[in-house]
Each structure stands twice: as C-alpha cells, then as structure tokens.
Ligand binder design. Structure first.
Ligand code: DC
Length: 242
C-alpha cells in the first residue's frame, strides 16, 4: 500500500520595515486561515528588554546571546482580534515592548550574529499544523527560506511614522511625529545595512506597497497568493473565523 506523502506545514512570510503594517496584516491573515502567528520582532524586543533588566551590555555579543538562550518568552493569545500578551521571564511586558526604545534595543542586538543564531530554532518551532504566518525582517530569506508564499511589505516612511504614532497614541504613549520619523528611518537603515540577515526582500518574494491601501485589501492580496488548495481551506476556515 502506498502511503500519502506527508506535506510540509505551509508558511506565509511577511517581511518589511517597521510600521509597514506587517503585524496587523499577518495577524488578520493568520486569523482568516486559522493558522498560527509568529511575531519575530517581539522575540528580539523581548531579548533586548531581558538584557536591559539583567544589566547585560548590549554590545557584548556573547553575553547577549547567552541572555537570548535563557530568556523565557511566551505569547498569550488574547480574545478575538486582540493583540497577544507577551510574557518575558513570566512578566507581562506587552506595553513596554511596543515602545520605540524597545524597538531600538531589538534592532541593536539583532545585528549580532550569535544572537540571531541563538534565536533561530525558537522561531522555526512556531511552524506547526495547520500553518504559520511569520512576520519580521528575515522570515523569507533565512528562517523559512522554503515558505509557501513570501511577501515583502513596504509603505512610505512618512506613512509608517504616522501609523506608529497613532498606535502609540492609542496606547497612551506621547511622542512627536517628527521624532518618531527620525527614529524609524534610523532603525530601518540599521536593519537594512547590517551584515547578517539584513532587511531585504527574498528573491522570490512578492512586494506589496501598503501606503495607500486599506488593511483588508492587503489581506486579500496576500490570501490570493496562496495555491488554490490552501485558499479553499481558507474559505472553509473563514466561515468559522469571521
Ligand atoms: O518588527 P519589530 O519592529 O517589532 O522589530 C524590532 C526590531 O527587531 C527590528 O528593528 C529589527 C529586529 N528584527 C530582526 O532583526 N529580525 C526579525 N525577524 C524581526 C525583528
């Protein structure tokens, strides 16, 4: 008797700069499909925060890599459409992790090769049935090079700053738009110019510019990239998940 081949768990990767809408779009795509979601940026942010809590020098590659290996990171999926809580070493760090200071610390430690190596398997372990939507900078190039669908999501720097500003304001964090724009441009520059796993589209990624598009239009574009059989499953799941 011939056995049916075991199909690999499908993965959609959504990479792009900060504020491109990756997080929101990835969460919605995952929800529509009934798939798991990996926010890889939250992992780098969590390690940056844990290192700061422990007084680890962020420039000391071996010390930060050791910190990455011992930091416990847990995502607690909230209710319908809610952002998941992120627990770092059992403390709820959701709010702190969204601050631009945490983004900058994440970007600094993310440039260290030993830190990226320490976090690679942890990210790959999120791949489980029925599928995974993973967002970050190197999901399509390094972490899941054989992903089913790869998207590179962009938006103008001004639009990205405006979105982050609104996001932070909604959370009661007061920052100036001009200051935020400067920080975002500096962070993108560092993420794109680092030697290891820089922010760049995979050769087989589809680029989508979200500057002037409603979120749901982008979600539909991403879903339309899926092969027919997976899309059919999505349709069946959307009946359950909407
Ligand atoms: O997506 P984010 O803004 O939460 O990511 C924070 C920082 O973490 C980002 O500036 C660079 C780093 N990062 C990375 O290097 N690789 C990833 N896959 C995700 C994030």
């Amino acid at each position: 008797m011939t056995q049916a081949p075991v199909l690999p768990v499908p993965v959609i990767t959504i990479d792009g700069p900060s504020g491109s809408g990756k997080g929101t779009i990835s969460r919605l795509v995952a929800r529509r499909l009934g798939w798991h979601y990996l926010d890889s940026g939250a992992i780098y942010r969590a390690v940056g925060l844990a290192a700061a809590w422990e007084g680890v020098d962020l420039a000391d590659e071996a010390a930060v890599a050791a910190c990455a290996a011992r930091t416990r990171i847990r995502f607690d999926t909230g209710g319908d459409g809610e952002e998941p809580k992120v627990l770092v070493n059992d403390k709820d760090a959701t709010h702190q992790l969204r601050m631009e200071t945490a983004g900058a610390a994440a970007s600094a430690i993310a440039a260290l090769p030993a830190v990226r190596a320490a976090l690679l398997q942890l990210q790959r372990d999120f791949r489980s049935a029925p599928g995974l939507v993973a967002d970050g900078r190197d999901m399509g190039t390094v972490v899941f090079p054989e992903a089913t669908v790869k998207v590179f999501l962009t938006a103008s720097a001004e639009e990205r700053a405006r979105r982050r500003h609104k996001q932070l304001k909604d959370k009661g964090v007061s920052v100036t738009l001009a200051g935020l724009l400067g920080e975002i441009v500096a962070r993108d520059e560092r993420d794109a110019s680092r030697a290891v796993a820089p922010l760049r589209p995979a050769d087989d990624a589809v680029s989508i510019d979200s500057t002037a598009q409603p979120i749901l239009a982008v979600v539909e574009q991403v879903l339309a990239l899926l092969p027919e059989d997976l899309r059919a499953r999505a349709q069946a799941a959307s009946g359950r998940n909407n």
